[in-house]
Design a protein around this ligand. Structure first.
Ligand SMILES: NC(=O)c1ccc[n+]([C@@H]2O[C@H](COP(=O)([O-])OP(=O)(O)OC[C@H]3O[C@@H](n4cnc5c(N)ncnc54)[C@H](OP(=O)(O)O)[C@@H]3O)[C@@H](O)[C@H]2O)c1
Length: 113
């Protein structure tokens, strides 16, 4: 079975400190990281052993070389970007807290099916 290729939305500390070590232990591939600033994403990818850097979160969501997305953005952005990823048919692992209010939580869970 081929390794799942993960994409990371944002150059987050928790991705570097927790997600990436866990991913390596589990046998997944850190395929790409997206940042609001392409240069910062490039630096983060090089520093943390991520294969590619991408400018802009939507470009990562739409990238055909990704199987699943990890979303460690600030809490206020979780609902928006989880919904965008789900709309593109992507499996999502979103950092906690998933959402800051019940309405957003219901929208995200409905979209996840
Ligand atoms: N740190 C922990 O121990 C911990 C523990 C449990 C849960 N979490 C959760 O993990 C998530 C990320 O936490 P973190 O501590 O890793 O945060 P962080 O280092 O600040 O990373 C968040 C990333 O989001 C992107 N971003 C997009 N819009 C932003 C904005 N307006 N302001 C700041 N950053 C923005 C930034 O990447 P680009 O600019 O490169 O796009 C930034 O690197 C949060 O949901 C938090 O609750 C963290």
């Amino acid at each position: 079975m081929s390794k799942a290729r993960w994409g990371i939305l944002g150059t987050a500390n928790i991705a570097r400190a927790q997600f990436l070590p866990g991913l390596r232990e589990a046998g997944g591939t850190a395929a790409a990281v997206a940042g609001r600033d392409a240069g910062r994403a490039e630096q983060y990818a090089g520093d943390n052993g991520v294969e590619r850097a991408i400018g802009g979160y939507q470009n990562l969501i739409d990238d055909p070389g990704i199987d699943a997305l990890y979303i460690p953005l600030p809490n206020s952005l979780h609902a928006e970007w989880t919904l965008r990823a789900l709309a593109a048919g992507r499996p999502v692992l979103c950092e906690k807290p998933l959402c800051g209010n019940l309405a957003d939580t219901v929208r995200v869970l409905d979209a996840a099916g």
